[in-house]
Design a protein around this ligand. Structure first.
Ligand code: NAP
Ligand code: NAG
Ligand code: NAG
Ligand code: NAG
Length: 316
């Protein structure tokens, strides 16, 4: 009995050590105030987006939660207002799986909000076998293309409010991402290929931020891509039942909380003196090197052109 208790205590102690040393992660220490600033966070009704929006609200910003589901978003608005004591938190409808909805959101926002200082392209999905309203691969459409169009439509407002920032949620999964421009919509089936859908879209996020920084040089708008860490959010909601049985205990024990996972997004949104790293990829509140395929400017350029065409945008 005593031996069992001792073994239990040792396991808890080891877990606590592992937790604080390897799981919790680096915290953003900046105390930048966002009073008088306006922030958009996409997919802010849950997970990393909600925690990021809460932090922005605590800093005094006016925060727009750009979400697809009114009911889920209104409940997040309520929570964030209550926790931050900031009432300038509002919902605006945005479904990134529809270019029409992205355009409607931008129009609505530009009409009703005079300012924009920080845009956080956070929303994302892990998998789907559906298509977007425009017939594109759903994961690519939501994670990359919808945000690509959204960013373009809001650039002028960001320019007027410079210095301003754009934060793009990517993922370390980019490492196995591959781009085949001849086949942007391959029939990826099965769990490995499903992950390819995701990692491909996350590679696009990194390449987009890179090319965007080139285009924005001299404007005082900067942009950053982010790997938040491995975070226990609803991003795993698409796992099949047997996968959940297998992974949920691991995720619960060894993944970060959404509040810890949001730290690098927050860092890129508010940290002073990181402008020289515009276009780069951040994790653990630090700029990181990426693998060669994620810093290929020719591919980034081509991705940009293809995205413009798919989103029906003129050249910039
Ligand atoms: N969690 C991780 O370990 C991890 C690791 C690396 C990168 N990331 C990235 O971090 C970002 C945030 O993910 P999370 O972990 O916080 O996931 P999450 O808890 O599943 O939240 C995703 C958010 O995106 C929204 N969203 C999905 N499809 C949308 C659409 N068509 N239009 C508008 N909003 C949409 C969701 O809205 P609904 O609630 O209405 O569906 C939700 O608010 C994602 O870009 C993800 O790829 C996460
Ligand atoms: C697939 O996407 C379309 C268009 O976005 C949507 O209307 C439909 O409900 C979705 N179907 C499923 C099964 O999610
Ligand atoms: C990958 O995306 C394609 C295109 O949307 C889809 O048909 C396929 O089912 C997806 N694969 C998985 C495993 O989710
Ligand atoms: C960018 O900011 C710097 C420093 O505040 C300023 O001198 C410069 O005029 C700004 N450039 C533009 C294009 O706004």
């Amino acid at each position: 009995m005593v031996a069992w208790l001792a073994a239990g205590a040792i396991m808890v102690a080891v877990y606590v050590l592992i937790y604080y040393n390897f799981i919790k992660g680096v915290q953003c220490k900046s105390d930048t105030s966002l009073r008088g600033k306006t922030v958009i966070v996409t997919g802010a009704n849950t997970g990393l987006g909600k925690e990021t929006a809460l932090d922005m609200a605590r800093r005094g910003a006016r925060v727009i939660l750009a979400c697809r589901c009114k009911q889920r978003a209104e409940s997040a608005v309520f929570d964030i207002r209550k926790k931050s004591g900031n009432n300038k938190v509002i919902f605006m409808q945005l479904d990134l799986a529809s270019l029409k909805s992205v355009r409607a959101f931008a129009e609505n926002f530009l009409k009703s909000e005079p300012q924009l200082h920080i845009l956080i392209n956070n929303a994302g999905i892990g998998g789907s076998n559906n298509k977007t309203a425009d017939g594109f691969n759903m994961v690519w459409g939501v994670n990359h293309l919808g945000h690509f169009l959204l960013t373009q439509l809001l650039l002028d407002r960001l320019k007027q409010c410079a210095p301003s920032r754009i934060v793009v949620l990517a993922s370390k999964a980019y490492r196995i991402g591959k781009i085949d421009f001849n086949d942007l919509d391959p029939p990826h089936n099965g769990i490995i290929q499903g992950f390819q859908n995701y990692s491909f879209s996350k590679l696009c996020n990194i390449l987009f931020a890179r090319e965007l920084a080139n285009c924005l040089e001299g404007t005082n708008i900067t942009c950053y891509s982010v790997h938040p860490g491995c975070v226990n959010t609803e991003v795993f909601r698409d796992l099949k039942f047997w996968q959940k049985v297998l992974f949920v205990p691991i995720i619960a024990l060894f993944f970060q909380t959404p509040a810890d996972g949001a730290q690098t997004s927050i860092y890129c949104a508010v940290q002073e003196d990181i402008e020289k790293f515009s276009g780069r990829y951040f994790a653990d509140c630090k700029v990181q090197e990426v693998l060669p395929h994620a810093r290929d400017d020719a591919v980034a350029r081509k991705l940009w052109e293809i995205s413009e065409r798919m989103a029906n945008l003129g050249s910039h």
